[in-house]
Design a protein around this ligand. Sequence first.
Ligand SMILES: Cc1cc2nc3c(=O)[nH]c(=O)nc-3n(C[C@H](O)[C@H](O)[C@H](O)COP(=O)(O)OP(=O)(O)OC[C@H]3O[C@@H](n4cnc5c(N)ncnc54)[C@H](O)[C@@H]3O)c2cc1C
Length: 453
Amino acid sequence: MNRSYLEDASGFQGHAEKVFAPADEAGVAEVLRQASATGKPVTVAGAGTGVTGARVALGGWVLSLERLNRLEVHPGLARAEAAVTLSELHRAAGQSGQFYPPDPTEAAASLGGTIATNASGSRSFRYGDTRKHVLRLRVVLADGRVLDLPRGEPVDFEVPAIPAPATTKQTAGYHLRPGMDWVDLFIGSEGTLGVITHAELRLLPAPGALLAGVVFFRGDRAAVAAVEDWRANARARMLEYFDRPSLALLRGRFPEVPEQAGAAVLFEQELSAEDDPEVERWAERLETAGALVEDSWFATSARDRERFRKFRHALPEAVNDTVRRNGFLKMGSDYAVPPARNLEMLEYYRRRLEQEFAGRYVIFGHIADAHVHVNILPASQEEFARAQALMVEFARQAVALGGTVSAEHGLGKRKAHLLAIQYTPEHLEAMKQVKRRLDPQWLLGRGTLWPAE
Ligand SMILES: Cc1cc2nc3c(=O)[nH]c(=O)nc-3n(C[C@H](O)[C@H](O)[C@H](O)COP(=O)(O)OP(=O)(O)OC[C@H]3O[C@@H](n4cnc5c(N)ncnc54)[C@H](O)[C@@H]3O)c2cc1C
């Protein structure tokens, strides 16, 4: 069996008896009917860019959607099968003068995977998470029944109110709200409630022009203060943060990162035209913020913006490569806090990481959403165990500040233990009741979110 079905981007590995890759939705339903008749656990595999072990089977069958790859683009919407990748959708939408706002930086992800994790990424600050852009889903249930679900069709059972964190993004556990629709239930359910075969997704008109910049700062304090100001006063669609250790790691691949830079912020601003007064306003903002303006990089062309995107994406890639080369699994956080608690959380991370892992960690990511990723680069088993404990401590702190234990990656198998930090036993029981209702044999995504019943 091809090993790529049995691992994900975090390095987590599993095992399975068989892989099925049906050609269409009817084939997906047939595999699920057989599984249900014989009691076989089924793990749904998208493109494998997830970082929580969710798509990695621990026994049973793998159901890969790789052959469901048809895509149609229309004014205002795209109709896509589950395996269409984000980069395919971005390209096709661009050719019709439109764009799909969610931009989890890993464009090799499948749309089915991004819906199943409620992915968000760098543009969610302006446009929100995947949930906000899904208009319709087709889903196959564990017993092979097919549901066609337009937005607004309510679920046919009582749903309790589970308090949501006051964060701008969240994807920990099931999204349960009284009066909710089916579409919201399946988004973010990590392949544990049903198999998404098709989606209808909202597209927006592409902006007239874009200004982008990688703005370098001498130190962290100025960079973070600039973000706090820009979050409130600029209409950027992206504000992404890189701390000093992140820049040090990136210099291996991008030696042009200025030597005196101790932090950076990547921004993107939509413009009505290239002479939009916003360009001038950004020049003023950068001066006021004390940025290293002469050394920073700016772009209005698509080619240069693509270079910046690669620069941003190279960081998690370098982190994942480094950790795996050292023989460990990725050890990264995905916690978000309410924007007003951003500085407090950052200071907490920095203080504890300097105490325990000085020189072996990075902090980067979606700072405008108060959602940065901490990644620890352990060098021994003892450090790996200590890093795991520190990640749990950080999860508790994020929740104490009103935050979430997963903003965009989901929890999968590797982080399922964090769910109980955010929710009470009653909330968890309400989620499990939904699982029992839709998948009474507990076959789908066994080990993801919940230990098997
Ligand atoms: C370098 C790097 C950077 C990343 N940056 C971001 C980021 O900025 N923001 C972000 O949100 N994520 C990010 N990710 C995480 C990842 O890209 C997302 O989790 C992605 O949404 C997973 O899609 P996939 O197709 O690879 O799914 P997989 O990894 O194959 O599966 C993920 C989960 O979705 C389920 N699933 C997949 N397809 C379906 C389906 N059709 N129906 C039901 N369930 C399904 C699987 O069972 C599993 O639970 C990053 C990953 C990497 C490697």
